[in-house]
Design a protein around this ligand. Structure first.
Ligand SMILES: Nc1ncnc2c1ncn2[C@@H]1O[C@H](COP(=O)(O)OP(=O)(O)O)[C@@H](O)[C@H]1O
Ligand SMILES: O=C(OP(=O)(O)O)[C@H](O)COP(=O)(O)O
Length: 397
């Protein structure tokens, strides 16, 4: 795949729309981890230094086509300004009057951020015409496009897929760097190759498993992902996260893993809590005996040891998705144990995903203990499957 880079665009004095992934965790209006904003800074800085008028666009959370102040990018504009060392003008809509006037007021070397793309139903629409109409408005704000939101390149969304078809475009430095590392993971995979999956985006990420089973030697499943597997094996999971409509699919994965000789490793014990809260009363229980009124919020001590043992001899590891609700200290031990096992392994180790990367930082683990920390979880997983990602295909020459 060949993608044009920033060096192929003459940006001086021109309005450049940068699609970034600024989907950071928030506690109210406080950004709890700014990793994705930091990762977006080098491309924006390069454009500023080259005299572009930089129009950044991004999504935050999943507001589903509705304006919802809870998902405003305003706090992100402030943080981006601090990191860039210059003001970032904030447009209070995406393609409306505020966006148009904010962009028109930009001088060379200045930066603006548009409000959350996902306030607009056109951004994520499955209808090509609806998406196309919104894409045309967004493209109308700029003369050039830079795709740098690696964490969203697996989404066939207007800002990711359609806009680069309407404007001269290039890949930003973050996308180029991420693809380079992931390509290495697919091209020289030293074995054993172990993938660890967890997190909460269960329905999204179950889809990658069928394909991963053809590539990996071991698949360790923890986090919110594990309970659909335990239930598929016939165990009750109480109030734990569950994707009831995908149980048949998961039974298929269990059979397929057996047929292929892939070790699919599930939790043997969990921390079962009475409620979803930082100070929730909880006990360690067998994964096969979760009480009806409890929910599993972390993997238990035996599982931590089991997963560490399954990672000890790995030569290549990809990990996406926390093993538990790491945001609550009482349920962060499983994630910490798995992260430590990656650090200890003599392997090429890649961590991917906004929350997984945030967890590494929150838990005080050394970022240089991993070969690479990717900004994209779902995007990395789909790349590893060998899929063509819409946002990368759109950037190809
Ligand atoms: N057992 C669990 N029950 C509920 N939520 C969980 C559980 N384990 C992990 N999570 C949540 O998963 C979220 C991260 O999931 P996800 O978005 O899939 O990861 P990433 O952003 O790294 O790709 C975290 O907010 C974490 O609290
Ligand atoms: O957080 C993201 O992905 P990730 O959790 O898979 O790393 C990206 O910003 C994409 O967000 P989405 O999964 O709501 O499309």
């Amino acid at each position: 795949m060949s993608m044009r880079t920033l060096d192929d665009l003459d940006v001086k004095g021109r309005r450049v729309l940068v699609r970034a992934d600024l989907n950071v965790p928030l506690d109210g209006e406080t950004i709890t981890d700014d990793g994705r904003i930091r990762a977006s800074v080098p491309t924006i800085k390069t454009l500023v230094e080259r005299g572009a008028k930089v129009v950044v666009c991004a999504h935050l959370g999943r507001p589903k086509g509705q304006v919802n102040p809870k998902y405003s990018l305003k706090p992100v504009a402030t943080r981006l300004g601090e990191l860039l060392g210059q003001d970032v003008a904030f447009a209070t809509d995406v393609v409306g009057d505020s966006a148009v006037s904010t962009v028109e007021a930009l001088q060379d070397g200045q930066v603006a951020l548009l409000e959350n793309l996902r306030y607009e139903p056109g951004e994520e629409s499955k209808d090509d015409a609806v998406r196309g109409e919104f894409a045309a408005k967004l493209a109308g704000l700029a003369e050039l496009y830079v795709g740098d939101g690696f964490g969203a390149v697996h989404r066939k969304h207007a800002s990711v897929y359609d806009v680069p078809r309407l404007l001269p475009h290039a890949a930003g430095g973050l996308v180029v760097a991420e693809v380079e590392v992931l390509r290495k993971l697919t091209e020289d995979t030293e074995r054993p190759y172990v993938v660890v999956l967890g997190g909460a985006k269960v329905s999204d990420k179950l889809g990658v498993i069928a394909n991963l089973l053809t590539k990996v030697d071991r698949l360790l499943i923890g986090g919110g992902m594990a309970y659909t597997f335990l239930k598929a094996q016939g165990h009750e999971v109480g109030k734990s996260l569950l994707q009831e409509d995908q149980l048949d699919q998961v039974r298929g994965f269990l059979d397929e893993a057996k047929r292929r000789g892939v070790e699919l490793v599930l939790p043997v014990d969990v921390l079962a809590a009475v409620t979803y809260a930082p100070d929730a009363e909880h006990d360690v229980v067998e994964a096969t005996a979760i009480p009806a009124e409890r929910e599993g919020l972390d993997i238990g001590p035996k599982t931590r040891e089991l997963f560490a043992a399954k990672l000890a001899d790995a030569k290549t590891v990809f990990w996406n998705g926390p093993m538990g609700v790491f945001e609550f200290d009482a349920f962060s031990g499983g994630t910490k144990a798995v992260a430590q096992a990656l650090i200890d392994a003599d392997a090429f180790t890649v961590v991917g995903g906004g929350d997984s990367a945030a967890a590494v930082r929150k838990l005080g683990l050394p970022e240089d203990g991993f070969s690479h920390i990717s900004t994209g979880g779902g995007a990395s997983l789909e790349y590893l499957e060998g899929k063509t990602l819409p946002g990368l295909a759109a950037l190809e020459d």
